[in-house]
Structures are given as structure tokens and as C-alpha cells.
Design a protein around this ligand. Structure first.
Ligand code: FE2
Length: 145
């Protein structure tokens, strides 16, 4: 499913960037870390909009998925708050960012091992079209096929 491939590619990109940020913070290279945090925020913003406005919206039509999706969206909100609010000049702010980035992979695993496989077996053609349309609207380009 091409849309799922796009999501997984986005996960890889943000996960790699999170490693770069961790290394920059460990070396107290705050300027680099700050630029990278701005970059990951931008990437996550687009990635999460693509998920929430499309795939998550159509999966929410199944009441059994609603709680699961609420929890994933709450994690999006939490990470957004930390990444936009943390002061990298302070040890506390750096700790907050590192802790938030450490939660990224477990979050991604919930999608890749739970939600995505479930979507492949449950969504209708119409729902896939809606999910893909939303992703394309957010990203301003077609899904790669
Ligand atoms: Fe995701």
C-alpha cells in the first residue's frame, strides 16, 4: 500500500533526525540541535497532519479503534508541546527533549505494528481513497506509487 510506505519513510526520516539531535545535545552543540529540532518539528507537523486528517480519521469510523487513535494523537500533542516549549540552553530543557525523542520509536512501533497492519485488513477502497487524498492535500504532492 503506497500510503503506508510514505508513512514508514517519514518515520525513518524523523527517527534518523532524532538520533542526530541526541548526538548534538550530547556534544552540547546547541545551535545544531536547535536547527535540527526546528526541522523535526516541521517534519512531524506534516507527518502527523497526514496521519490525523486521513488514515486516523477513516479508522476512527470503527468505534473499536477510537481509543487507540486517541492515545496516538495524545502522544502527538505531548511531543509537539515538549519540542516547541523546551529551552535547549537549560539542562532541564535538554532532558525534556531527549525524553520526548526517546518516546518516538515506541510511538512509531504502535503504528507500524498495530494500526497500519490493522488498516490493511479493515479499510474499504473508499476509505483508502479518503486517507490518500488527505495525505496528498497536506503534502502538496501525490503519494509515490
Ligand atoms: Fe506516524
Amino acid at each position: 500500500m503506497p500510503l503506508i510506505k510514505e508513512f514508514i519513510a517519514e518515520h525513518e526520516a524523523v527517527y534518523n533526525l532524532s538520533g542526530d539531535i541526541r548526538r548534538a545535545l550530547e556534544q552540547f552543540d546547541i545551535d545544531t540541535a536547535r536547527a535540527q529540532v526546528a526541522d523535526i518539528q516541521q517534519q512531524l507537523h506534516a507527518h502527523w497532519a497526514g496521519e490525523e486528517q486521513g488514515l486516523f480519521t477513516v479508522m476512527r469510523e470503527d468505534p473499536e479503534c477510537a481509543d487507540y487513535i486517541d492515545a496516538l494523537e495524545a502522544e502527538h500533542r505531548d511531543m509537539t508541546a515538549v519540542l516547541s516549549g523546551a529551552d535547549l540552553m537549560t539542562a532541564e530543557g535538554r532532558e525534556q527533549v531527549l525524553a520526548s525523542l526517546a518516546s518516538l520509536w515506541p510511538h512509531i512501533e504502535k503504528e507500524e505494528d498495530g494500526l497500519f497492519p490493522m488498516s490493511l485488513t479493515t479499510l474499504s477502497g473508499e476509505q483508502w481513497t479518503a486517507a490518500i487524498d488527505a495525505w496528498e492535500r497536506v503534502h502538496g504532492r501525490p503519494v509515490r506509487r
